[in-house]
Design a protein around this ligand. Structure first.
Ligand code: PNS
Length: 161
């Protein structure tokens, strides 16, 4: 069975990576789907840069591929014959955020969402929190993959001139 791990992933964190790897251990094929519109400038990284970073840090996972989508998630899954979504849950706040989306997606096409509980090491991190800490020079090693730490530093160096 194939599954999609969708998200904005701006950028991919160790928490996301842990969910992708665990999903890949349970499903035959996992598509990490970066959502958003490539022609709109929003976020720190472009959609292409986010995909490239994910490819770099998952190159050892043979049954995982990376793609992007700018429309309704269920249109992507229907088009590709995929019947499962996989998301990570950190806290009850994530549950409140994810529940209506999971129920709406199920109502639209019958697709099921499978939730994996985030590893306790990564329960408090998010892309936004790590970007903020990195922006002001805080240490985010171990929370972002090494390649992503470098990419974030480089991005802020370029932005700040
Ligand atoms: O990383 P995020 O921003 O929490 O991911 C949320 C995401 C991208 C999974 C959600 O916004 C989404 O599914 N977007 C695609 C558009 C869509 O299908 N929206 C209706 C969801 S019920």
């Amino acid at each position: 069975m194939k599954a999609v791990c969708p998200g904005s992933f701006d950028p991919v964190t160790m928490g996301h990576l842990d969910i992708y790897r665990r999903a890949a251990a349970h499903f035959d094929e996992v598509v990490v789907l970066v959502t958003g519109n490539p022609s709109k400038k929003s976020g720190l990284f472009t959609i292409d840069e986010r995909m490239e970073l994910i490819r770099e840090v998952t190159s050892d996972v043979p049954n995982l591929r990376v793609d992007w989508w700018g429309g309704l998630l269920v249109d992507y899954t229907t088009e590709h014959g995929i019947h499962a979504l996989v998301k990570g849950l950190r806290t009850a706040l994530d549950y409140e955020y994810e529940l209506p989306m999971a129920q709406m997606n199920r109502r639209l096409t019958g697709i099921d969402t499978f939730f994996l509980l985030t590893d306790e090491k990564y329960g408090y991190i998010s892309s936004s929190l790590l970007k903020e800490v990195a922006k002001y020079g805080g240490d985010v090693h171990g929370l972002l993959p090494d390649a992503v730490v470098d990419a974030v530093k480089e991005k802020y160096r370029t932005i700040d001139g």
